[in-house]
Design a protein around this ligand. Structure first.
Ligand SMILES: *Cc1c(COP(=O)(O)O)cnc(C)c1O
Length: 443
């Protein structure tokens, strides 16, 4: 398994992250356990900020909180000077409860409810990323009613297809998201938005996909958005102050994944901006990006305890852990691949090929197929790398399994940032109708 960030093998042959031996973390917090390497998250934040500073452009780096949204993570993003994307009232609430400055919060989503819009306007967030005409008019009406003027970006689809899994592509024309540039809908949206009195049109937003390794998709999107900006300026006399180029920067999950450095993605984008927006004169728009996965993904490790196994001679050996699709649904959803290691016997040679199963009642609840490991026994610790993004965020209570805790580790310290769910949490929202209540039977 590739060792990310502060992960290393210590003298006892145990995996250590943020100066914490994972066997100690298991003793203290139990398993499954999400472990987040805080230094690595901060390093990623700083890489984005440094690369933009280097470019000389005005910028905002917004952490796409949907990748991993907890109050501690919102605090960290604030401390690192990032802005924050939210896509629901729950994420907005989390950010506000964490004291995240509202003016640096951007609200996304293709179907924001009236309640969400009201909540966000009342909180005085920085910007709405408007997805469609219904939302444009709704937002304008609600803002007018509240006597406020709100900043908006228009989400446009530039018609760029990023090379990635089909389900996580959003930049092509056939997408549920945004106003299409190619069919004229984006142009019409600019015309409408700039006429709506309670909206301040800041510019446009484009997000072409996720887990992208190449820069060409981003460069093409910049070019299309720049051509669009020039047309809008010439024909509607509207200038974009902000161009948001989304997220989607890839990370290394497994061997063969070839992400670029953060600095390389940012340089490709800012260079493309300088080239393609030159036609607008000497004032370049402010550039925003929205990394999610590449901020938190490789900093996360999930620690499991091995339980049962089933060896089918000549077929395969299944090894089951005490979590699965409830804490990591990505293999089942996207066929995502992960690397893992025996964290308590990290120096031992790999001698068997096993497939890691979860404990849910689904044959599809498999975490990793055909993993090389030392001889695995019940009670071993299995560490799965790169689980920082879209794992806790997508976790469920299927089979009424309690969601694990999340700890931030750093310099030998380990702090719980999300507690493990309790049985009270599991039944806390359940209600038994009066007529079904169990009455004490006396005989
Ligand atoms: C999901 C999403 C992001 C973040 O994507 P990553 O692949 O996690 O970097 C950014 N912007 C928008 C609009 C998104 O939907």
């Amino acid at each position: 398994m590739y060792l990310h960030g502060t992960s290393k093998i210590n003298s006892k042959g145990h995996l250590e992250i943020g100066g914490n031996d994972v066997t100690d973390l298991k003793a203290k917090f139990g398993t499954p356990l999400y472990i987040v390497d805080e230094d690595l998250v901060r390093l990623r934040c700083r890489e984005y900020v440094a690369a933009f500073r280097e470019s000389g452009l005005t910028f905002q780096v917004a952490y796409a909180s949907k990748a991993f949204c907890t109050m501690a993570m919102c605090r960290l993003a604030d401390e690192e000077g990032l802005s924050l994307d939210v896509v629901s009232d729950g994420e907005l609430y989390t950010a506000l409860q964490a004291g995240f400055p509202a003016h640096r919060i951007h609200f996304h989503g293709n179907n924001k409810t009236v309640e969400e819009i009201e909540m966000a306007i009342d909180a005085k967030i920085g910007c709405f990323v408007v997805d469609n005409f219904i939302e444009l008019h709704l937002l304008n009406a609600i803002a007018a009613e509240k006597g406020q003027r709100v900043n908006v970006l228009l989400r446009v689809t530039p018609g760029v297809e990023a090379h990635t899994h089909e389900y996580i592509s959003t930049g092509q024309t056939d997408s549920k998201f945004g106003f299409d540039i190619g069919n004229g809908s984006a142009f019409e949206a600019v015309r409408v938005a700039s006429d709506l009195a309670s909206l301040e049109l800041l510019g446009v937003h484009s997000h072409i996909g996720s887990q992208i390794f190449e820069v060409e998709g981003f460069q093409m999107a910049v070019e299309r958005v720049a051509q669009f900006a020039i047309r809008v300026r010439n024909e509607l006399n509207v200038a974009f102050k902000v161009v948001n180029l989304g997220g989607g920067f890839g990370i290394r999950y497994v061997e063969g994944d070839t992400p670029l450095l953060v600095s390389q993605y940012v340089k490709a984008i800012t260079d493309a901006v300088k080239t393609h927006f030159a036609g607008l004169g000497d004032i370049l728009p402010e550039i925003w990006v929205e990394p999610g996965r590449s901020i938190v993904g490789d900093a996360g490790t999930t620690l499991y305890t091995v339980g049962t196994s089933k060896d089918i001679p000549g077929v395969r050996k299944y090894v089951a852990v005490d979590g699965g699709m409830t804490d990591n649904p990505r293999p089942a959803l996207y066929d995502s691949k992960y690397e893992a290691m025996l964290a308590n016997r990290a120096n031992e040679e790999n001698i068997e090929t096993v497939s890691i199963a979860g404990k849910c009642c689904e044959s599809g609840d498999m975490l990793i197929w055909d993993l090389e490991l030392p001889k695995v026994i019940s009670g071993d610790l299995l560490a799965v790398a790169c689980t920082g993004a879209y794992n806790y965020a997508m976790a469920s209570n299927y089979n009424r399994i309690r969601r694990p805790s999340v700890v931030f580790v750093k310099d030998g310290q380990a702090d719980v940032v999300v507690q493990r769910e309790s049985f009270d949490n599991i039944v806390g929202n359940d209600v038994i109708p009066e007529r079904m209540k169990k009455v004490a039977v006396t005989q």
